[in-house]
Design a binder for this molecule. Structure first.
Ligand SMILES: [Fe+2]
Length: 347
């Protein structure tokens, strides 16, 4: 019997322990999952989860507005577990009062900086906000976030708009690490080093390296894997091949990470199945599938990233707790407005 079948069997008492029924029939329950993440990422996990526990998932794939929907559904919400991305959504869900503590002991496997102090959410995988530098025009092998403010990068930086959650996460991390005033000064200089007003998403910034518009793009790690393996849009392979990844602050304070994560809904109809599912997602086998399918980093120590991800270097994540970073998101958004970051260089 697998570990998750064991957990499932605990829910139906002694029946399973007699060995008279198989796990698949023993646990005939269902679980309702609301997912921000796409089906191609979740389905391999769901198949394994059902095979091990017999629990049948009903999944609602949706984008923006999911948290508001759960809030509006109130006590009648069918959601058991929500799978989402970005620390802003996880902390936001707790603030909205739509979470409840995860009680599976497996939660303790997650390093404390990557889960809520009350257990109301947990990271499920990590993504780092790194530098993609031109293979042809950049020789540096080590850089820091502070380096982005240096005059040598004048007219050479590209990033997506400042208010995007990925950049808000990075700026909030800088505030947590260096303070608001130092971050204002830093972000002003970064703005003035931009090659063009921020536009497009992370991958377009890497395309800008190929076409010579900029020499360093700020983007999330997994896009390298997504671009290199993009069969639908093979031109992205060339974008990716024009750049290499540098993990900022790798030797010092560590690289800023954000997360994909999950929580149990406050009015989850089946709290036991919800905890079983979270425990499954935190298992070594699920961590490997979940992180590797999208070229992310497992959140459980000791589980290896995909070989392609490992080829980019070793991630040394910043030690600042995610909740502390999240607490500076509003200040980060204000800075982006105040400095008119999206208008590009001003000096
Ligand atoms: Fe993304």
């Amino acid at each position: 019997m697998t570990k998750f079948a064991a957990i499932a069997s605990a829910l139906i008492g002694a029946t399973l322990l007699t060995g008279l029924v198989s796990p698949a029939f023993a646990q005939s329950g269902e679980i309702n999952i609301y997912s921000f993440r796409e089906q191609s990422l979740l389905q391999p996990l769901l198949d394994k989860f059902t095979a091990e526990t017999g629990i049948h998932p009903n999944v609602l794939y949706a984008g923006d507005g999911l948290l508001e929907r759960i809030k509006a559904e109130g006590e009648l919400s069918p959601a058991d577990v929500v799978v989402t991305v970005d620390i802003g959504n996880l902390v936001g869900a707790k603030d909205m009062g739509i979470t409840q503590p995860i009680t599976t002991p497996d939660l303790q496997r997650v390093p404390a900086q990557f889960r809520d102090v009350d257990g109301d959410w947990t990271a499920l995988s990590l993504r780092a906000r790194v530098f993609y530098v031109s293979k042809d025009r950049v020789t540096a092998t080590k850089l820091t976030y502070a380096d982005l403010a240096k005059p040598e990068w004048k007219g050479r930086l590209c990033t997506r708009p400042g208010e995007h959650a990925y950049n808000i996460g990075l700026i909030a991390q800088r505030i947590a690490a260096t303070g608001l005033d130092a971050t204002r000064e830093w972000l002003t200089k970064v703005r003035d080093n931009l090659a063009m007003p921020p536009n497009g998403a992370d991958r377009e910034q890497v395309r800008n390296i190929l076409d010579g518009t900029c020499d360093l793009a700020i983007a999330n790690t997994y896009y390298m894997g997504v671009m290199l393996n993009n069969t639908a849009e093979p031109e992205q392979k060339q974008w990716a091949e024009s750049a290499r990844i540098i993990y900022p602050d790798a030797d010092t304070d560590g690289t800023q990470v954000n997360v994909a994560g999950g929580f149990i809904a406050k009015y989850a109809p089946d709290v036991d199945n919800a905890n079983t599912f979270i425990a499954f997602l935190l298992s070594d086998e699920a961590q490997e599938i979940y992180a590797n399918t999208n070229y992310e980093f497992p959140v459980i120590p000791g589980v290896e990233p995909a070989p392609l991800v490992k080829s980019w270097g070793t991630l040394n994540p910043s030690k600042i707790p995610l909740a502390e970073i999240a607490a500076h998101r509003a200040e980060a958004a204000k800075l982006v407005d105040e400095l008119k970051f999206n208008e590009g260089a001003q000096n």
